[in-house]
Write a protein that binds this ligand. Structure first.
Ligand code: C5J
Length: 220
């Protein structure tokens, strides 16, 4: 067993049962001119964590542990995008519309891809997901079960939307989850802080948090 110095208390895990899930580090959320920017967000908040997520990936690669990358995107015919998701609000562009990096959040389009700095290496899993949570309508549960994974480290964007949703889905499926607090970000800093507080509250009711340095130290 190994231990990560975490909040609200140490996170113990068997390295043979640990995997990393990096949520939605996609060009459409992170790069200028993408979907996130068209929604009025300052994408520099998100691009700032790219090097830190890179260090977390290297720590898992160095320890030869499983890595899963997710991408929030939909089929070109939008059959997996509920109208409630596509039509809500009055954004200047909607999922499926032509954007600066191809059709917005459509599988196979440049904007839906992971930023080049964090591209998956051979052997790593890239999972397309139509929902906020990475377990909904994907084979993620089977992928983790096949590998005997019981403990997860999560990272990516955005903290309070797809990252927190995935962490809560994982909790309900019995996984022990730790969020890498400096390898996740929100367009709304106060939402990130609130999400971290919620996760750690009541004796880690959703899970633990730790820095990338603390995680890397335990994996060395
Ligand atoms: C959002 C995500 N924020 N990956 N997606 O719509 O968090």
């Amino acid at each position: 067993m190994k231990t990560i110095a975490a909040q609200p208390f140490d996170f113990s895990f068997d390295p043979a049962r640990l995997a990393l899930i990096v949520i939605d580090m996609q060009r459409d959320f992170i790069e200028p001119g993408g979907f996130g920017a068209t929604l009025g967000n300052d994408v520099r908040l998100l691009s700032a964590i790219v090097p830190t997520v890179g260090r977390l990936l290297e720590a898992f690669r160095g320890a030869d542990l499983p890595i899963i990358h997710t991408r929030e995107c939909h089929k070109p015919d939008l059959s997996d995008c509920p109208p409630a998701k596509r039509l809500r609000g009055k954004p200047s562009m909607r999922i499926g519309d032509p954007g600066t990096m191809g059709r917005i959040l459509i599988a196979g389009e440049p904007g839906a891809d992971i930023v080049p700095e964090l591209a998956a290496k051979p052997g790593e899993i890239v999972l397309d997901k139509p929902g906020k949570g990475a377990f909904y309508a994907t084979p993620l549960g089977d992928i983790l079960a096949e590998r005997g994974i019981t403990h997860l480290v999560l990272a990516g964007v955005t903290t309070e939307v797809c990252v927190q949703t995935t962490m809560r889905e994982a909790n309900d499926r019995g996984f022990e989850c730790l969020l890498a607090e400096d390898a996740t970000e929100s367009y709304f800093p106060e939402f990130k802080k609130a999400a971290l507080d919620m996760i750690r509250a009541q004796g880690a009711i959703v899970g633990w948090t730790a820095t990338v340095d603390q995680i890397a130290e335990a994996l060395r």
